[in-house]
Design a protein around this ligand. Structure first.
Ligand SMILES: [Zn+2]
Length: 442
């Protein structure tokens, strides 16, 4: 059992009663009483339930990509007991009615917990603010216009005043669209070779610089979504020295792959922000190691094959035949393909590679995937201390498996990790003492 909050890391029995952690004792001491049902996971890690602070479940609005039902089942299979679902649905989650729909729908599914993320502005249009207090009342625990940056500095400033007063954080999608210009891939050698438009890292760091200055001024809590560029990390470090309350997340695709993945995987390696240079990846890894990066988020972004322009471009890409260049028409198709990759069922496996490569200790992994996301979402979770809710993930750290998109519980298959061999996987997921996923049978 690994529980960073209780500073426990060793062999323990965990007793669950009425949905809570009732006792934690030295392994084998006294828990095998006849009225107790025993789940023997003695070869594995027992950790506080994993929490993904950034997913897109596409519900309401896009059932061809994902629903709350399929998204939460994919979450459970990935080892997540809670996921925070972004607001860029249809309708946008800017009203208590939509928030309540998400909460109710999730309850019916009886799987992982769903935490609704409220939009910051009505319709994600960047001007009129939502009713923050009403959204919290309905169940929202984080605010974000993710997918779209908040361009108007005064709007952001007013949003931060409100969320500070209420005690919640704003999660920021950092993009200066005057610089990114709908660029399809990182501006660099690969975008040039493929002949598609470039999205420079300055489009991210420029906006991080502005927003952290505003955050320092307001004293509000901000969270930088999906950091991709080395320069952004430097700005986050500097802002903390100036007293900013800033946390940040990185996605498994940004710390695992660089821009060259687009040569093989095509639009399945196209996301916003884009995969960056090899040097950026090294800086992200260093920032995971030194603690600059607080948490791992999948930014699970399911898309159907048409949205990814697979009928037009699928034949150009795939392992074994990197393309040299796209003709003009295909480059246009590439630029119009939807951004994003699925991640719920690969996130833990990819994050565990950081442990196997001795970049971080298991304890730090659990901080990044449970303790710190719980704090961001203002949840009493992320620990297996006695009295805590029994949200538990059991991990086999040594199970070797290869990523098979056709087996995903998610409705979508858009991943650049197909066929990759990973070591480590969730084998059992429990929410409030109920087993919601048991991979030992799979
Ligand atoms: Zn985003």
């Amino acid at each position: 059992m690994i529980d960073p909050v209780s500073a426990l890391d060793g062999e323990f029995d965990v007793l669950v009663r009425d949905g809570d952690i009732a006792a934690v004792e030295r392994a084998g001491t006294r828990m095998n009483s006849p009225d107790t049902s025993v789940v023997d996971v003695s070869e594995y890690w027992i950790v506080p339930g994993l929490i993904d602070p950034h997913v897109h479940l596409r519900d309401p609005g896009f059932p061809e990509k994902e629903t709350i039902q399929t998204g939460l089942r994919a979450s459970a299979a990935g080892g997540f007991t809670t996921v925070a679902a972004m607001a860029n649905t249809l309708p946008v989650n800017d009203s208590p009615a939509t928030t309540r729909y998400m909460v109710e729908r999730a309850k019916e599914v009886h799987s992982a917990r769903l935490v609704p993320v409220s939009a910051v502005t009505q319709g994600l249009r960047g001007s009129a603010l939502v009713d923050f207090a009403a959204m919290i009342e309905a169940g929202a625990r984080l605010f974000s216009d993710d997918g779209i940056p908040i361009d108007d500095a005064m709007v952001l400033s007013q949003a931060l005043d409100e969320t500070k007063r209420l005690g919640y954080a704003v999660a920021l999608h950092e993009e200066d669209c005057a610089l990114s210009r709908n660029g399809a891939l990182n501006a660099g050698a690969v975008s040039k070779q493929l002949g598609v438009s470039g999205y420079p890292d300055s489009a991210e760091s420029q906006r991080v610089r502005r927003d952290l200055a505003i955050a320092i001024g307001s004293g509000a809590a901000v969270h930088v979504c999906h950091v991709s560029a080395a320069e952004s990390l430097e700005l986050i470090r500097a802002a903390r020295r100036h007293g900013a309350q800033v946390t940040c997340e990185v996605t498994p695709h940004h710390f695992t792959l660089d821009e060259s993945a687009a040569m093989i995987w095509g639009t399945n390696a196209k996301m916003n922000p884009p995969l960056r240079s090899h040097s950026d990846v090294e800086h992200l890894i260093a920032a995971i190691r030194d603690g600059t990066i607080d948490m791992i988020a999948s930014d699970h972004a399911p898309h159907d094959p048409d949205s990814k322009r697979m009928p037009q471009l699928g034949a150009y890409f795939g392992p074994g035949h990197p393309v040299a260049q796209l003709d003009h028409e295909s480059a246009e198709e590439f630029a119009h393909a939807a951004n994003g990759v699925v991640g719920l069922e690969t996130s833990l496996g990819l994050a565990l590679q950081l442990v196997h490569r001795s970049i971080i200790e298991p304890t730090r992994l659990i901080e990044m995937m449970s303790v710190n996301p719980a704090a961001l979402l203002r949840m009493e979770a992320g620990t297996l201390a006695v009295g805590a809710i029994a949200d538990i993930t059991v991990i086999d750290p040594n199970l070797e498996w290869s990523v098979a998109p056709e087996k995903f519980l998610s409705k979508s298959r858009n991943t650049p990790f197909a066929g990759m061999w990973l070591k480590g996987k969730a084998v059992l997921t429990m929410v409030a003492g109920e087993i919601i996923y048991d991979g030992r049978k799979a």
